[in-house]
Design a protein around this ligand. Structure first.
Ligand code: SAH
Length: 359
């Protein structure tokens, strides 16, 4: 049995150019089994029509856990003196990317904390080495930088950039990110778009003080900005952060946010995030793939470092050999009749945002 009411509101949200926040909020508030099934069947249908059966992989290499920021939720925050810090050198990064390429994975994500010691030319050199040696899409995820830095890396061949808004609510954003400004975040996202990067954004679900209405507004923000990729994950408390005593975000709410984001954005790439595979010690990633997600992120950070990239505790697969995630993910995909694609998996957005112009 399906809920006709849920289906009709979901349909309206899907078809609107500017969906009503109240509709999205109402759907995020659904709890009953029949209602949820109707919502998730609808979001899975949108995924099937606009994205297809393929699940794309992005191999992630977490190359430095140094960070100059004090984000209240993140284990890499600068005040966490208990964390052993590391920074891989260019040779180590290239070797890790080689493992991604050898596994046949078409995209590598280079991620780090906001490491103040990493200069732009160093990253440029690493990107050039990688692009010169491997036929692989490169995504950078290293935080807020100047227009000139982003431009240098783009010219070196970086294809994509991931910079999550975390929350689209200015007040909540600034309460979680001391010394950072919401406008600056938006400005950086604008630079990336102008430079022709495929731009990834995303949020955290279940932050302390976050309302369902704010989550609905995050989803509408994703639609409005037309991001190429959107990473959605539950907040997981970390003992060495200000939010150590806060409750974890609910996996169900994160799944609903993924489903609604699929419905409104239609063909954005949506990963089944590692945080969804880790929260509460349960792996919800297959569920995420069933309700709208179409991307997975196997971890290719070399063994000794992987444990140290502890943005939240209980992160999945920190002790597994490099690359073994790919086999696991193939099984997960096939268990639900989907197909693992090793292609680059570029943006599915037709209209190009590539206006490379002077400021
Ligand atoms: N320094 C980079 C990458 C940050 S880590 C940047 O600023 O973009 C990547 C992501 O981990 C963050 O965007 C955030 O959404 C997520 N994250 C951080 N702490 C978390 C926590 N405690 N629980 C869940 N996700 C978290």
């Amino acid at each position: 049995m399906a809920s006709e009411f849920v289906k009709s509101v979901a349909q309206r949200v899907y078809q609107s150019v500017r969906p009503a926040a109240a509709d999205v909020e109402m759907l995020l508030g659904l709890e009953g089994e029949v209602d949820l099934r109707s919502l998730f069947e609808f979001s899975d249908w949108v995924r099937r029509v606009h994205v297809g059966a393929d699940i794309y992989l992005r191999g992630i290499v977490e190359f430095s856990n140094y960070c100059g920021r004090g984000c209240l939720y993140c284990g890499l925050n600068r005040f966490n003196a208990r964390l052993g810090r590391y920074r891989m050198d260019v040779e180590e990064i290239v070797a890790a990317v080689e493992a991604v390429a050898k596994a046949g994975v078409g995209t590598v994500v280079l991620q780090s904390g906001e490491d103040e010691a990493i200069d732009a030319v160093w990253i440029e050199r690493a990107v050039r080495r990688i692009k010169g040696r491997f036929d692989i899409a490169v995504t950078l995820s290293i935080g807020e930088r100047s227009y000139e830095d982003y431009e240098l890396w783009r010219q070196a061949g970086a294809d994509r950039y991931l910079l999550k808004i975390e929350t689209s609510n200015k007040r909540l954003y600034e309460s979680l990110h001391p010394g950072m400004s919401f406008e600056r975040r938006l400005e950086c996202l604008g630079y990336l778009r102008r430079l022709g990067y495929q731009v990834g954004c995303g949020n955290l679900v279940g932050l302390k003080g976050q309302t369902v209405r704010e989550l609905a507004e995050d989803i509408l923000f994703f639609k409005e900005a037309d991001f190429d990729m959107i990473g959605i994950g539950p907040f997981i408390p970390h003992a060495q952060t200000d939010l150590k005593d806060a409750d974890a975000g609910s996996a169900l709410m994160a799944l609903k946010v993924i489903a609604l984001t699929r419905i409104v954005t239609r063909n954005a790439h949506l990963p089944a995030t590692t945080a969804l595979g880790s929260v509460g010690g349960v792996d919800h990633r297959v569920r995420a793939l069933e309700v709208g997600a179409n991307v997975m992120m196997p971890n290719f950070t070399p063994g000794p470092f992987r444990k140290l990239y502890e943005i939240y505790p209980g992160k999945r697969c920190v002790d597994e050999p490099v690359g073994c995630c790919v086999g696991c993910m193939k099984m997960m995909a096939e268990s639900i009749g989907r197909h693992l694609s090793l292609a680059r998996g570029d943006s599915l957005k037709k209209e190009k945002h590539t206006v490379i112009s002077a400021r």
